[in-house]
Design a protein around this ligand. Structure first.
Ligand code: ZN
Length: 91
């Protein structure tokens, strides 16, 4: 008892919180390619968009765990691009 594992849904919600609180900026390279810079961690990740929907991010958080990461959330918020349904179904 007392052991709680974070659900993917909770991690999804956490991504919104982190996206809001961290020092993050974005750059649009093309309609399919966005770079998210995290100035606190001095890192950057590429978010891919296909057919007008966010499909993937190269960060480990998304790549290995399949969760919606803060990078996707930031691109969604700043460029008004929806996250692909198939990703949300895995949350
Ligand atoms: Zn990411």
């Amino acid at each position: 008892m007392g052991y709680t594992r974070k659900s993917k849904y909770q991690m999804y919600i956490d991504s919104f919180d982190r996206a809001a609180e961290q020092n993050i900026s974005t750059e649009k390279i093309s309609n399919e390619l966005f770079i998210v810079y995290n100035h606190d961690h001095n890192s950057n990740y590429i978010v891919n968009v296909e057919n007008g929907k966010i499909m993937s991010c190269e960060c480990p958080h998304h790549f290995y765990r399949g969760v919606v990461c803060k990078h996707m959330v930031v691109v969604m918020q700043q460029f008004d691009i929806p996250i692909a349904e198939l990703i949300l179904e895995n949350v």
